[in-house]
Each structure stands twice: as C-alpha cells, then as structure tokens.
Design a protein around this ligand. Structure first.
Ligand code: SF4
Ligand code: SF4
Length: 387
C-alpha cells in the first residue's frame, strides 16, 4: 500500500457529496448524522492523518470509531463519480491507527487468535477435522479453500460443497498448510502481518501450483485475487482463482435434473418466496452476480430481487471486523435488510457468503424475524437428495 499514491487518489475527491448518502453506507451514524461517519468524512480523516501526523488524529478515539466502523462494502466506490477507491483509503487510515496502537480491543483479539491458532475465532480444532482425506489427496489439481467461517461456524457450507464436488466426479484436495486467508487482517489495518501468517501456505502454492482454487467465501477470494497481489506481489499466474458459482456454471447439468425437484423442495424444505442477496465482496468486489443467477435460472428456481441489487446491492453490515467491534451498528444495518425482506414478503434469503449468512442468521434469531437464510450450495445438495 503506497501512501503517496493513496494521497494522490484522495486529492481527486471533488467533495461532490454523492457518497454521503446515508442508506448506502452501513457505517453512517443515523443519530449523530456527522459528516465524519460518511465516506467523504472518513476520507478527510485519513487525509489529515497522512498530511499532518503532528495533529495527532491517529490517536483520537473519534478517528478510531469512524474508520473502524467501515465494513469495506465498497458502495461508496460504486457511487463515486471520480472513481475514488475509498475503501482502500480507509484501510490505509486503519493501518495508521494500528501503528499508533489505537484500534478496537475486539480486533486485537482477532489478531491474537490468528497468530496462535490460525483462525480469527481462536478455535483449536484442525481445519480438516471433518474432511481429513482431502488433505492427503496430494495429487489432485483442484484445491478447495473453505475459509474459517465455513470450517468453524457454518460447516454445512463446506460439507455441501464437498458433496457437490463428489457428485461432479471432481478430484479435489485442501492445502496441507492451509490457514486463515488473513483477509480480515488486511481489512482491520494489520496489513504488515499478512506476509508472515500466510507464507507457508503461499510457499506450498508456489511450489506446486494447482490448476484451480475454488472458493465458497467471497472474502477469501478477494484476498487471494486482490490483497495478495497488491500487498505480497502474489499473482497466481498458473492458477485460476474461482468462486464456486463460476466454477459450477457450465457443469450444473451434471448434478442431475434439479429443476424437476424445485416444487418438492418448496413444499418441504424451503419456505418461499426466495430472495437473492448479493454479498458485497462477490457482487461489487468481484463482479460475480450473473453466475449465481444463471444457476438459479437453469434449475428454474423462482426468486425475487432486493430493490438494490447486483453491484448496487446493500451490505449485510458485518464485514471488516465491524460485527466484532461494533455489533450494534452491524445489527442495525442487517435489520434494514431484513425489514426490506419483510416488506417484499419474502421468506428465505438465499446467498453465497458465509459471513452474510452468519450475520443474517444471528440477527434473525435475536430479533425473532420469521425469515430463513440459506447458502446456494446447501440448497443444491437438498435438491440432489430429492432426486
Ligand atoms: S466502504 Fe461501505 S462502509 Fe465503508 S465508507 Fe464506503 S459505503 Fe461506508
Ligand atoms: S463521491 Fe467521490 S468525489 Fe464525491 S465526495 Fe465522495 S469521495 Fe469525493
């Protein structure tokens, strides 16, 4: 991350005011309505920190709250007519605050857990506990990277994905030195730790590059595709990095006649109407929003859209450590999404991101919403079981 370059990007901001639109920014403080809680205000804070370290903004509690409440959703970048990469600017601001040891306690715990246990939750179980055979499958040319959230919190996503690989007859493995992708370290400003904690895994990938690495977590995919490239100069030139929906698209017919079972599924396992939620990293970050829809269209699953969707979709509120450091803020954002689901009279949110699923699920339970949340791969496995 080059500071000079980022300062140059900040100077391109013409203060037009398009990004301070409250609904799009999950970090916006609705009560205070301060400029500093919007993207433009956050950029100004980083500008001051970079240009005038003497001022001491990097030690301020307000700067900490304003910068670390950014989920990195990228909606401001989508809106900005000058194309200013606001999330990257804010990440640099977070880095400066980390250097000043001015960052949330919850994030310090995440760093400690990754350092000691290789995952942000501090879980001691091995990552391949439920699929040990995949680690010894060393000759497979396709790697599945499940990510910490699917391994330790939502194993159904990883187990369903492994079942889909098997049904497709694909020979896959998981990495011997697999660890947390550490994208969360990047997004909470602990950027310098990225190289140290991922080195054994990246050495393994460089020594014997697989043909493809398939991801079910959009955050992990963004980390491999973008953050490793910008921060570690890792380009993966011999390896295709794909989200599972991209990988599956031209193979979906090999799973069987799934469309023949949609009616049964909707009468038994899933409450309709279904609504598709575009995860920020997947849709806005990676531009992957047609692929999951094409899969749904192929199997003829009826689904609704949020009012804002695809690249313009709204964040679930949990990203970049906001869920752990500012749970109320994250919950308020999720409630906005759930209220829209209610208004549209949908009953099941379908998505393809373990973080979104986990956040929606906990807020649904806490607030008693009569709404379900489901991962696309889990739905596909349910259909296969009906065949
Ligand atoms: S990335 Fe998202 S949360 Fe962060 S300032 Fe932009 S719109 Fe707000
Ligand atoms: S939309 Fe872009 S140019 Fe306009 S104020 Fe926001 S960051 Fe600046």
């Amino acid at each position: 991350m080059r500071e000079k370059q980022i300062l140059g990007i900040i100077w391109k901001c013409n203060l037009c005011g398009f990004c301070p639109k409250d609904f799009e920014c999950p970090a916006f403080d609705d009560d205070a309505r301060w400029e500093s809680s919007y993207a433009r205000g956050k950029v100004s804070i980083v500008h001051k920190i970079l240009q005038d370290a003497e001022c001491g903004f990097q030690n301020s509690a307000l700067a900490r709250a304003r910068l670390f409440s950014c989920t990195g959703c990228g909606h401001c970048l989508y809106i900005c007519p000058s194309g200013i990469d606001i999330p990257t600017i804010i990440t640099l601001g977070k880095k400066k605050l980390v250097e000043a040891n001015n960052y949330p306690e919850a994030h310090k715990k995440i760093v400690k857990n990754i350092k000691n246990y290789g995952n942000p939750f501090g879980e001691k179980d091995p990552r391949d506990l439920s699929w040990p055979e995949l680690k010894s499958n060393v000759d497979a040319e396709i790697v599945y990277f499940p990510g910490c959230m699917a391994i330790y919190r939502l194993p159904d996503i990883a187990l369903s994905t492994i079942k889909l690989f098997k049904k497709l007859g694909e020979n896959i493995k998981v990495l011997e030195n697999e660890t947390c992708c550490c994208g969360i370290l990047y997004r909470i400003g602990n950027i310098d730790l990225l190289a140290e904690y991922t080195r054994p895994m990246l050495d393994e990938l460089n020594k014997k590059p697989p043909k493809q690495i398939i991801f079910t977590c959009p955050g992990c995919l963004v980390t491999f595709k973008e953050n490793y490239k910008s921060e570690l100069k890792e380009k993966f030139e011999k390896t295709k990095l794909l989200h599972f929906s991209e990988y599956l698209l031209d193979k979906i017919s090999r799973l069987g006649d799934l469309k023949s079972k949609i009616k049964d599924l909707l009468e038994t396992e899933i409450k309709g109407p279904i609504i598709w939620h575009d995860p920020c990293h997947l849709a806005r970050g990676l531009g992957i929003y047609n692929e999951p829809r094409a899969i749904l269209d192929t199997i003829k699953l009826p689904y609704m859209e949020f009012k804002q969707n695809r690249e313009n979709s709204n964040c679930c509120g949990s990203g970049s450590g906001v869920r752990s450091a500012y749970p109320e803020l994250a919950e308020n954002t999720t409630i906005q999404r759930l209220e829209e689901v209610k208004e549209l009279e949908a009953r099941t949110i379908l998505t393809a991101c373990p973080f979104c699923e986990y956040q929606f699920n906990s807020v649904i339970k806490k607030n008693g919403y009569d709404i379900n949340i489901m991962d696309l791969n889990s739905l596909l496995v349910k259909l296969i079981l009906l065949l």
